[in-house]
Write a new protein. Structure first.
Length: 347
């Protein structure tokens, strides 16, 4: 598809339902919005859009693993990024699975961020249903709330906030930035956002990708595995952040806000978002990426990613240390033994 024609699709999709908020992008945008003149208009527009996107998570004022509610202006916090597999061709309604999960911890004093990718096929205990299955099924069973509880159970740390997006929102943000520069590791043929086979063809090497192409790169795992897939998704987020804070992207912020849309879903208030601006000052972000090691596994003929328990504990301790949680903070990770019931239909 020609690039120009691809970008024109943004306007046609503005009325579609979107749920997006890259928490890494928002601080950079708010910094720019605070500038005089042009920034004042965008700041007000962002305030309206983001405030309308707030969703109370069933009265959840804080994580059950916190004694008190957090304030990102003074506290270290965590944010769970949820990418769902919804699109026009996948009319799942609320019964979507998470196609990408990333957990970020933010240290307020150091102004640093640690970002861990959680493989979508990780075999974990899901409190919502009381048995172990793929972590991406948690969203199908109980939306963001069940996903948050599962991540808390698995990593033994509190999840303070979440942000959620779907395929179209992901593409629209990248297109609003006129593409991002990414290193494609190998030649690939992948589905597009409407699941048309081999619609996207990319050659290896550093290149500028539009939204459809970036989505294909983020989704593919035909030639590697979930770990490498997670690393690619992390690199794409870094590329979006770098592009968003560049000086020649300022004129694109109006389009970015439109791409984010009024149906963005998050439990962060606009004031809480503003508190994150300090993490992206001067267009820089101190971000370390982490992965969860494991190995391929099959249970009753179904593929899973079996997490390495030692590595899982190490990552958990790294995140706890970054959040500066009390040493006596702990949670019983032992899971009741239940039957693994009827999950194959969700593959």
């Amino acid at each position: 598809m020609p690039v120009d024609r691809h970008y024109k699709r943004i306007a046609k999709r503005k009325k579609r339902r979107r749920r997006v908020l890259f928490f890494l992008i928002v601080p950079a945008l708010l910094i720019a919005f605070s500038a005089a003149g042009y920034g004042a208009y965008l700041y007000k527009k962002a305030e309206t859009v983001f405030s309308n996107s707030y969703k109370d998570l069933d009265g959840r004022e804080k994580s059950d693993k916190r004694d008190n509610a957090v304030n990102p202006e003074v506290d270290n916090v965590s944010v769970l990024f949820i990418g769902v597999d919804g699109s026009d061709s996948r009319d799942f309604g609320d019964k979507t699975r998470s196609d990408a999960l990333m957990l970020a911890t933010l240290n307020e004093k150091e102004k640093t961020v640690k970002l861990v990718s959680i493989p979508r096929d990780s075999f974990v205990y899901i409190p919502e249903v009381g048995y172990e299955t793929k972590i991406n099924h948690a969203h199908y069973f109980g939306g963001p709330k069940a996903t948050i509880e599962t991540v808390e159970q698995s990593l033994d740390i509190p999840v303070d906030y979440y942000v959620k997006m779907n395929f179209y929102a992901f593409m629209d943000v990248i297109d609003a930035l006129n593409g991002i520069k990414v290193d494609v590791p190998y030649e690939l043929h992948e589905k597009d956002s409407e699941d048309k086979n081999d619609a996207i063809h990319l050659l290896p090497g550093e290149q500028r990708l539009n939204g459809e192409e970036a989505l294909a790169l983020a989704r593919t795992r035909k030639l590697d595995n979930d770990i490498e897939r997670g690393k690619r998704q992390q690199e794409i987020i870094k590329a979006i952040m770098k592009r968003a804070v560049s000086a020649n992207s300022v004129s694109k912020y109006d389009d970015i806000i439109e791409a984010i849309g009024s149906n963005m879903e998050t439990n962060m208030t606009f004031d809480e978002m503003k508190a994150l601006t300090s993490y992206g000052l001067n267009g820089k972000l101190d971000l370390e990426t982490l992965t969860l090691a494991g190995e391929d596994d099959y249970i009753d003929g179904t593929y899973y990613w079996s997490l390495d328990e030692e590595n899982l504990d190490e990552v958990s301790e790294t995140l706890k240390s970054h959040l500066e949680l009390n040493k006596d903070f702990s949670m019983d990770n032992k899971q009741p033994e239940e039957d693994n019931n009827d999950v194959d239909s969700l593959e």
